[in-house]
Design a binder for this molecule. Structure first.
Ligand code: HEC
Ligand code: HEC
Ligand code: HEC
Length: 447
């Protein structure tokens, strides 16, 4: 109820501001004249190659490619609390893509979220971060996209409820929340840190998932990296409120982002697995820069016990198995052989006392992982865990998660585990059908 009220008040504010904006004539921006699609061979191959790396850092393909559709041809449903927005076709097709866009139109879209014809774009397209991308990098991205295979495809119409389906309202949203130019810079911290800041706050848009949003979908300024939501996953806090049992260092972040797995933290799954898969083709120095910056802003460890990995793993369970005998029995039969055996990858899983899935205040990721397992990545020696959706029912699942929380998380039991398990099952059905981006390299958009 309180939340509903907040949303209604927020809408009223946006409508008022949009009205004022319309008065000032900014509700619709001028159209930029169409051009004949430039020939691919007019672009410098080095520029195109740089653009490919940048597109990977920006996850362009993840949002603009659907399974079975052409690369960058759009049509991916992106769920928001206000309805579903479908991503655009950004191939160089003149009629349905961005083939007729001059570079200036592309730069304007990245910088201020306006389409070539002057329509305001929904911030589901993370231009609140992309606005920080440099002219040189926008030029490389443009060269990369304009040399892709043109695909004729139009996305389905957005499914947004009134008033969110009224695009001019986006002007109000922009006036309230879209300011741009917020890349911290600090000469004293060195080139790597500053490069990391530029990437994290700009193209890599880490905060789009890891920062909580207000009732109107804007990132909360005073809660940067305090943990957000994406699909049915919790994007863990990465600032000093992180629940990771072991503190994230620059080296650990680098390994996790580079390989999708790190011995003290485990593996990246769900939407983060897609981020890591995109980063796989990006130069090492950029991944190191991202890691250096994130380790620094993650701040001092919380007083509630961040300890070295060994101490965490060896400390005795705070609560005995009697806490949930049904859950304990399932764990012993179905999980312990891999998670306590020190087996090497691909089948050896981390000691669950190291997993943020177990210590996080939100049980959804743990439910998602146990239901779906961890799939192998084609052509890589990646971790593998079977999914338990078919073999463990909802009641058993809730008992198991409760046991893991109390034994390994050493935190108070989660409330409403039944609902978390039901939601995870429902979301899994949807994601298998539509969302999960393929891990094949063909989808990463090699030139
Ligand atoms: C989180 C998902 C997401 C990511 C990541 C993303 N986009 Fe998009 N993008 C969208 C959505 C959704 C739209 C449509 C917005 C609308 O209809 O208002 C869009 C629209 C666009 C448009 C406007 C097209 C038009 O016809 O108006 C361009 C250009 C674009 N994206 C380029 C990119 C590039 C380049 C990248 C990577 C650097 C990228 N996008 C990453 C979701 C995303
Ligand atoms: C599309 C949404 C999305 C984006 C963009 C994203 N993340 Fe994540 N991230 C997630 C989710 C969801 C998880 C939880 C995954 C899991 O349970 O394994 C996660 C987990 C993590 C973790 C593990 C934290 C822990 O305590 O276990 C780190 C570190 C991380 N992300 C860093 C980053 C960085 C750095 C970036 C930008 C380069 C980034 N993420 C961009 C969604 C995202
Ligand atoms: C065949 C071996 C195997 C079995 C059986 C298994 N797992 Fe896993 N599990 C893995 C591997 C491998 C990973 C990925 C590497 C990692 O994260 O440690 C993993 C990852 C996880 C993670 C994510 C840890 C993190 O944060 O990265 C959780 C939670 C988990 N398993 C729980 C369970 C539970 C609960 C069961 C029993 C119902 C189970 N696993 C059964 C091998 C297994």
């Amino acid at each position: 109820m309180a939340r509903r009220l907040r949303i209604i008040t927020g809408i009223a504010a946006v409508v008022l501001v949009a009205g004022a904006a319309a008065g000032f004539g900014v509700a619709w921006r001028p159209s930029i004249a169409a051009i004949a699609p430039p020939r691919p061979d007019t672009f410098n191959p080095d520029l195109v190659k740089r653009g490919r790396d940048l597109a990977a850092i920006g996850n362009c393909s993840t949002c603009h490619t659907v399974r079975g559709g052409g690369n960058y041809a759009g049509g991916l449903p992106v769920p928001t609390p206000f309805g579903t927005v479908f991503s655009s076709n950004i191939t160089p097709d003149a009629a349905t893509g961005i083939g007729s866009w001059p570079e200036a139109a592309f730069v304007r879209a990245m910088r201020s979220g306006v389409s070539r014809d002057g329509r305001h774009l929904y911030p589901t397209f993370p231009y609140d971060h992309f606005t920080n991308v440099s002219d040189a990098d926008d030029r490389a991205l443009y060269a990369f996209l304009m040399t892709r295979q043109p695909v004729s495809a139009s996305p389905p119409a957005n499914q947004l409820s009134f008033p969110f389906n009224f695009r001019p309202l986006i002007t109000g949203w922009k006036l309230l929340y879209f300011h741009g130019g917020d890349v911290p810079s600090n000469v004293a911290k060195g080139a790597e840190w500053n490069r990391g800041a530029y990437l994290v706050e700009g193209l890599a848009h880490c905060g789009a998932c890891h920062t909580p949003r207000n009732a109107l979908g804007a990132e909360r300024v005073n809660a940067q990296f305090a943990g957000g939501e994406v699909d049915n996953w919790h994007a863990y806090a990465l600032n000093d409120t992180s629940h990771a049992p072991v503190r994230w260092t620059a080296d650990a972040l680098y390994a996790y982002l580079r390989h999708g797995w790190q011995a003290d933290h485990g593996t990246a799954r769900g939407p983060m697995a897609e981020v890591v898969s995109n980063l796989a083709s990006v130069p090492d120095s950029d991944v190191r820069a991202i890691a250096a910056y994130m380790a620094d802003i993650s701040g001092a460890p919380a007083p509630d016990g961040k300890r070295p990995a060994d101490a965490v793993a060896q400390s005795p369970p705070a609560v005995a198995a009697q806490a949930d005998p049904a859950g304990a029995a399932i764990y012993a039969a179905a999980c312990a052989s891999c998670h306590e055996s020190k087996r090497p990858l691909p089948y050896g899983g981390v000691d669950l006392a190291l997993s943020t899935a177990v210590t996080s205040p939100d049980p959804r990721n743990l439910a998602n992982i146990v239901l779906a397992g961890v799939g192998a990545v084609e052509g890589e020696r990646s971790p593998i865990m079977p999914g338990f959706a078919a073999s463990i029912d909802d009641v058993q699942m809730a008992a198991l998660l409760n046991y893991l929380r109390v034994r390994f998380g050493k935190r108070p039991a989660w409330n409403d585990l039944d609902k978390a398990v039901r939601d995870a099952r429902a979301a899994q059905a949807v994601s298998v059908a539509a969302r999960e981006a393929p891990a094949e390299s063909s989808q990463r958009g090699k030139p």
